[in-house]
Design a protein around this ligand. Structure first.
Ligand code: Z2T
Length: 845
């Protein structure tokens, strides 16, 4: 019997351990098989949708074998793991990314070609999973890619929202929101894990239950309330040209009657099941607000639900090894909190350690603090999460008592160090003594973590000096800066193959894809006319693609020879799309007045521009929605004025998302990052634009400042007040009545006169001295002047192109590879692992 078992095991081992073949014919067979068997499509009916799906599943098969082997290896080596907790991920399309990671892109392209499909066309069939609202979610996705590529053992955890970021359409001149049911055709990259389920409790009461015999602490039972099931869905996260394949686990909620179908007595069967099923699925919808805290009960329930499932999963994995003691957990586990959105993890982890694992307070606290770290992404007051204490008490009564106890110990430390400083105690408390009382999640996160990081130097500076100065004074070593980075493999190699080919050609190597530092060698060549010609050709190719798209989507014909001036990001007052469109209106009025004067000389000097906007406004953010209306109003006027011709065009592209960014960014000449100084924590699209050979028109804010340091002042168009000046100006906003810039006054008067259709009273009013909190008035003049410099240099193509190449060549610091290495060293204390399946030969693309 033993012999038979052994044979069976060997047989199984042999069958499972061969990696799938990857020659062109085998790839074709696998695609066709998935069309026929997995999707059950008729044999001779060909359609792009099914071929995309089948190709995706064929690629997924090849990811899965690396994925399971990686995870097996990591368990066997007991490698320390990083867990990245984020309520948002903006993954973007996966097909090309996964193929290039496997080094199978060219072979898949060839395989598909013979079957009558172009890879580029199938790519377009994939829907964006919009499981995030802006920069924070996209950053999380860049991090997952770099973690995998650099051979770190890291898992992401998040929520599998059924409806992602809303779809934006323009109806009349207004944004309208439509639900994004991204799962309609299924999502081929995920694997459902019905075996990975946890119960999550909410509401209910606390009961005292004597003392714990070991720790002597009073025991508390959390009883009653509602149970929800969390079920995991896994998405493999491949690294680029490495075997390492990580995991992104997303939770979905299920009614708890499916967990443990008990009996329902007295004929209540249908009613009972109906009752449970009706409970609105927690994970239905993503809150679409960037830099704003919705403060809704459902949002807190989502946060807790997902955090609890995640921590139960992490603890279960850790405890699988009998030799693991909880006290050693920080040596094997690092948990990163992306913003305070998952900060309820601190009391939840304490609860699990105290109530489920029966540890004492001191031990539990030590473990928690040494495991968790927190990244702050904003200083916007309306984005700092606070929860009403009564809500916390009702939804998570046990967590409230733990928060009290954390606060009690913490304030004891504060009092010990600063006796008789009651003001400081009040400022630092987790609980704000307002009516109702509020729980400050940032304070909870800072106290419960061993590291707190900002996302750009100026931002981290503000955390220490203005936002959390008391905490900085108490624990200076806790605060670190890690400037954001972006995944250059997606944002250069994948999004911009034309420019990537030019770079590889002139460097004579593709190695920059692994090591962006190699780009620096281009600086010696940047004025070489032949390189310049290649570079300009690639840019023109990308601009034509973008122009075609604009024609299709917006019905506007633009001239690809004009300067493409791009401002794409969430619509927010602090990002000052308003300043941009007022500048555009000024340009329009100026062209007309020059024409009236008959000033052909000045007109001849003007540079034709296409000003492109895209971005979503939060559905309840009416000022932002007004800004979209104004952009469309100005566009309507300018684009239809025959006197203007190609000198100026204004475009608003609806429904900005990751794959649209991949199209827009490579086709850009100049991009705008013009937030009021001190408000944009970092910004990450600035990095992407610069890597794609566009020059930046930027304010003295966030990562703009560090980009300028890296690429040099001469390569950047910087303008406006710096953070210190903005701070001063805002302090005195009510006493000063500064003269408004004459050009701004002119534009506002024209708007009020109905020149652009509606009169936009609210927007105009928001710019009056005393109301203008984002300093549009103050910066407007220097903004227009910076724009003139942009024009003058654009007129000299060799000078312009040299700047583009030089700045692109200086961007290596802004790769998320650098960023992840800093997290690994300064926060997580992890090193890359060495997994390679024995005897396997890597693919070569
Ligand atoms: C977000 O996208 C950002 C900050 C937030 O603070 C929330 C969201 Cl959803 C609560 C952005 C910042 O605005 C941006 O400056 C930064 O580059 C990005 O996070 C990534 O750090």
């Amino acid at each position: 019997a033993d012999e038979k078992k052994k044979l069976m095991k060997e047989k199984l081992w042999k069958l499972m351990c061969t990696y799938l073949p990857c020659d062109v014919l085998s790839l074709q067979k696998s695609i066709v098989q998935h069309v026929e068997y997995t999707l059950a499509r008729r044999r001779y009916k060909k359609d792009k949708g099914s071929f995309y799906q089948a190709t995706a599943v064929s690629v997924r098969d090849r990811l899965i074998e690396r994925w399971t082997d990686t995870q097996q290896y990591l368990s066997s080596k007991d490698t320390k793991r990083v867990y990245y907790l984020s309520l948002e991920y903006l993954l973007g399309r996966n097909l090309q990314n996964a193929m290039s990671c496997l080094a199978l892109r060219n072979r898949y392209a060839a395989a598909l070609e013979e079957l009558g499909y172009k890879l580029e066309e199938l790519t377009e069939e994939e829907r964006d999973p919009g499981l995030g609202s802006g920069g924070l979610g996209r950053l999380a996705s860049c991090f997952l890619d770099s973690l995998a590529t650099l051979n770190y053992a890291a898992w992401g955890y998040g929520i599998r929202y059924k409806y992602g970021m809303f779809e934006q359409r323009l109806i009349g001149r207004a944004q309208a929101e439509f639900p994004d049911f991204w799962l309609k055709e299924g999502y081929p990259w995920e694997v459902e894990r019905p075996d990975v389920q946890y119960l999550v409790k909410m509401y209910g009461q606390l009961e005292e239950d004597g003392k714990d015999p070991v720790t002597g602490r009073p025991r508390v039972n959390w009883v009653g309330g509602e149970d929800v099931i969390a079920e995991g869905f896994d998405i493999p996260v491949p690294g680029f040209h490495t075997w390492n394949t990580n995991n992104l686990r997303l939770w979905t909620s299920k009614a708890s009657c499916e967990f443990n179908l008990g009996s329902f007595n007295d004929g209540q069967y249908y009613a009972a099941i109906g009752e449970k099923e009706r409970s609105e699925p927690l994970t239905s919808v993503l809150y679409p607000c960037d830099n704003n805290a919705p403060g809704k009960e459902l949002r807190l329930r989502q946060q807790y639900f997902y955090v609890s499932a995640t921590l139960q999963d992490i603890l279960r994995r850790y405890k699988k090894r009998p030799e693991h003691s909880l006290l050693d957990l920080p040596r094997k586990v690092a948990i990163q909190l992306n913003e305070t959105h998952p900060a309820i993890a601190i009391p939840e982890f304490m609860r699990l350690l105290l109530d489920e694992e029966c540890l004492g307070w001191k031990e539990a606290w030590h473990i928690t603090q040494n495991t968790f770290a927190y990244t702050n992404h904003t200083v916007m007051p309306e984005a700092l999460e606070v929860w009403p204490l009564p809500l916390m008490e009702q939804l998570l009564p046990r967590h409230l008592t733990i928060i009290y106890e954390i606060n009690h110990h913490f304030l004891g430390e504060v009092r010990a160090r600063w006796p008789a400083d009651q003001g400081r105690v009040a400022r630092m408390s987790i609980i704000e003594e307002s009516e109702p009382k509020l729980i400050k999640m940032a304070h909870l996160a800072i106290i419960g973590c061993h590291r707190v990081n900002g996302v750009a130097q100026v931002h981290t500076g503000l955390l220490c000096s203005s936002l959390f100065p008391d905490f900085y004074e108490m624990w200076p070593q806790k605060f670190v800066n890690i400037t954001n980075g972006v995944n250059h493999r997606r944002w250069m190699l994948q999004a911009n193959p034309a420019m990537s080919a030019v770079i590889s050609k002139w460097l004579g190597t593709h190695d920059w894809i692994h090591d962006l530092g190699l780009l620096a060698r281009l600086k010696d060549l940047s004025s070489n006319p032949e390189l310049q010609r290649d570079w300009q050709e690639a840019k023109m190719y990308n601009k034509r693609k973008l122009a075609d798209f604009i024609k299709r989507e917006c019905g506007i014909v633009v001239n690809a020879a004009a300067m493409f001036d791009v401002h794409v990001k969430r619509i927010h007052e602090y990002k000052r799309q308003l300043m941009n469109i007022l500048g555009v209106a000024y340009r329009y009025l100026r062209i007309l007045s020059l024409q009236q004067e008959g000033n052909t000389e000045a007109l001849g000097q003007m540079v034709p521009r296409v000003v492109i906007f895209a971005g979503k406004a939060a559905p309840n953010y009416f000022v932002a929605k007004d800004v979209i209306k104004l952009v469309l109003a100005v566009a309507g006027r300018v684009n239809n004025d025959a006197r203007i011709g190609d000198l100026l065009k204004v475009v608003f592209i609806p429904n900005y998302n990751v794959s649209m960014a991949e199209l827009i960014i490579p086709g850009t000449d100049v991009s705008q990052h013009i937030s009021t100084a001190g408000f944009e924590a970092s910004g990450t699209s600035n990095m992407k634009f610069c890597m794609n050979g566009s020059l930046l028109l930027g304010s003295r804010d966030g990562a703009n400042l560090e980009i300028e340091q890296s690429i040099g002042k001469d390569n950047m168009f910087m303008f406006g007040a710096n953070t210190k000046e903005v701070d001063q100006l805002r302090r005195t906003i009510n006493f000063r009545k500064p003269q408004m810039d004459g050009r701004l006054r002119w534009v506002l008067e024209e708007i009020l006169s109905g020149r652009f259709g509606a009169t936009f009273h609210d927007l105009v009013n928001s710019l009056q001295p005393g109301n203008d909190g984002y300093m549009v008035g103050h910066d407007f003049g220097s903004y227009l002047e910076a724009n003139e410099v942009v024009d003058s240099i654009f007129k000299n193509p060799p000078a312009w192109t040299t700047k583009c190449i030089d700045s692109c060549a200086s961007m290596s610091r802004f790769s998320s590879d650098r960023c992840i290495r800093e997290y690994a060293e300064k926060i997580w204390q992890v090193v890359p692992h060495q997994f390679k399946p024995p005897g396997k030969v890597a693919n070569v693309d």
